[in-house]
Write a protein that binds this ligand. Sequence first.
Ligand code: ASP
Length: 318
Amino acid sequence: MTDQQLRPDGSLRHLLTLEGLPRAALDALLERAARLRPLALGDGLRDALRGRTVVTLFFEPSTRTRSSFQLAAARLGADVLNFDAAHSSTRKGEGLIDTLRNLEAMGAELFVLRHAESGALAELAQHAAPGTSVLNAGDGRNAHPTQGLLDMLTIRQHKGEDFSPLTVAIVGDVKHSRVARSDLHALRTLGAGEIRVAAPPSLLPEARELAGTRVCADLDEALRDADVVMMLRLQRERMEEGLVSSLDDYHRDWGLTRARLAGARHDAIVMHPGPMNRGVEIDDEVADGPQSVILQQVSNGVAVRMAALLALSGHREG
Ligand code: ASP
């Protein structure tokens, strides 16, 4: 996978997953995003991608990711085409590869895609023309690399660049979460001290995906003295029936309330990738409380996506 993402000179060609991405590449993206952060919500870097075309194609719903990619591309001065997947010929059965070829024929080079099928975008990338890059904005349960990056940037801003003293708890529907998978890969690469995973047994992924983590039997164990608490959305659209008995039970056992958060370190940060099921996996007073960095994650998303677009386009500065 990594080979497919990197050019022979080690630069990034596609961004499909954080799995196996070398530490140097991960650090370079985070550092670039940190430098861009002050510009990301303001003036941008309007000459950086002038004359280049970014296409967003989302075959699954999105609020934050799609908007922030659009803003990131616009603030880099690119032409942005927001491909309307719902009304396009993909509905008439035109495949993803033909769609890519047609948009390439119009001069588009940077493709930001979201797809329900895990692995669909890595496969598509194999068919990309030499000057084309594919950026994964979420594929099934597999990967959401820019979310992983923005989560790491947010942790760095609060806890510093050395992750080795940190205890990070990832809580909730890990099984269906591409965010959790990307976060796990990044946290391992960055050397997080202790990675805890906590979920009801029906929502835990396969054991091999949990290598190097401590699986906690309950929420309080996961939260105890944690520095970072990452809550995940209960992904009911990806779930077979019966994995969770009821939302009330789930909230009782796994929902983050203010009282339970008190078990974490007093300066712990609370994260959530959105969209939140308020009152299910997280209470309002935590989501909107002083330890929440959830909106900062969203702001960081613009800088991270600018950094990713620049890296793939071969831009050196910024
Ligand atoms: N927005 C994130 C994603 O697309 C998280 C979620 O939907 O739960 O994966």
